[in-house]
Design a protein around this ligand. Structure first.
Ligand SMILES: Cc1ncc(COP(=O)(O)O)c(C=O)c1O
Length: 372
């Protein structure tokens, strides 16, 4: 792509645009926050799935990167030497794929079962590598993680007894804290009590974690209030989205990613149809609330995508004086940016109306091979 291309001239729609100035601001702000509070920032790459951005996060001081899938880890191993796979390494194939990451990568996994310990230990032993382990605690999310501290301590001991594993710490994900930043106190208080209890019992049991890994975008700016946490793993903060704005963890001006779309029909009065539907935007509500649409226009925030088919997004014009022409282009701020990235092949980085660079969403999908 020519460095001087005006995106309005060269891009077919729908297309994903990233405003580089906004993205840089988001990355720098979190990096400064981490440095100010002495926290290790280990961004979750599931939002961008791009080694270019992973490299930028490392350059800005990230301690390493967090991945969910083996493919994300394989792609990020090209730019980072310290990777956390914050997903249970269950199953011989998944564990073997992780163990086969390049030898220079320091690999840590988060897990919550004896089966995952056995799978990861045997895969690591068979290639002669040592893998760090965070024992996952459930501090209120109720997804993965052990709710009982005794069970978590027993698992840490099991890890410590495996020569190919190193008990490196504990992890939790505060993904249940989705309230506005000014209304998170009650849940953060409960979480802190559970964390305090877990950490003191781990210490009493003689299995003190070196790392306590937590963090999310909705709680990003309150991480330093979580006593005991040494590392945080925000993902969405790189681009932000309508949900992050609704939670108050960023402003509208911090939304770096938009979907460029073309108005393809105004035939039905009171609405306009764009060429971005569920296959470009996903179908995620804002913070679980129905009725707020599936995205809003960057230049006309009063206009939301109220309905969608796979390739059609219906804009509700009821609250607006703006009446678009067929062929006009608009930019949609999505509800949940991670899904949008996952649904699209290429991202275009723009500055002042010009495409600076385009990159593939390199860690999109599973990196699967066709087997027969
Ligand atoms: C284990 C884990 N850590 C960190 C994150 C990052 O959360 P957020 O996108 O809110 O920053 C996620 C998100 O799904 C996650 O599952």
């Amino acid at each position: 792509m020519s460095a001087a291309s005006l995106w309005s001239d060269v891009l077919e729609t729908p297309a994903v645009l990233v405003d580089f100035d906004r993205m840089e601001r988001n990355l720098s702000r979190a990096a400064s926050y981490a440095a100010e509070h002495g926290l290790a920032l280990r961004p979750h790459v599931k939002t961008h799935k791009s080694p270019h951005i992973g490299a930028r996060q490392i350059a800005l001081g990230a301690a390493g990167l967090t991945c969910a899938t083996p493919y994300e880890a394989e792609v990020m191993a090209t730019v980072a030497t310290d990777l956390l796979v914050a997903y249970p390494p269950v199953g011989a194939l998944r564990a073997a794929r992780l163990a086969a990451l390049p030898a220079q990568v320091s690999l840590t996994v988060a897990l919550d079962s004896a089966q995952a310990v056995a799978d990861m230990a045997s895969a690591a032993a068979s290639v002669g590598r040592r893998v760090g382990v965070y024992v996952e605690l459930d501090l209120g999310m109720h997804r993965v993680g052990l709710p009982a501290v005794d069970a978590a301590i027993a698992l840490a001991r099991l890890v410590a007894a495996e020569p190919s594993l190193d008990f490196a710490g504990v992890a939790f994900y505060p993904g249940h804290v989705r309230e506005h930043v000014h209304s998170q106190d009650a849940k953060l208080h409960v979480l802190q009590e559970a964390l305090d209890e877990a950490l003191s019992r781990f210490a009493r049991a003689g299995v003190t974690p070196r790392v306590v890994s937590g963090g999310s975008t909705p709680t990003l700016w309150r991480t330093h209030e979580m006593s005991g946490v040494t590392e945080f793993r925000p993902g969405t903060y790189v681009y932000n989205d309508r949900t992050t704005v609704a939670i108050g963890a960023c402003t509208r001006d911090d939304c770096a990613l938009t979907v460029l779309a073309t108005v393809v029909s105004t035939a039905v009065s009171g609405q306009a149809v764009i060429d971005a539907g569920t296959k470009a935007l996903g179908r995620e509500p804002v913070r679980g609330a129905e009725g707020e649409g599936f995205g809003e226009l960057l230049e006309h925030p009063e206009v939301v995508v109220m309905r969608m088919s796979e390739e059609h997004g219906v804009l509700d014009l009821a609250a607006s004086d703006w009446r678009p022409q067929v062929g006009e282009r608009v930019r949609v701020v999505p509800n949940h940016v991670c899904i949008v990235v996952h649904l699209n092949d290429v991202v275009h980085g723009i500055r002042h109306g010009v495409i600076e660079t385009s990159w593939p969403v390199a860690a999109r999908g599973r990196g699967e091979r066709v087997v027969v």
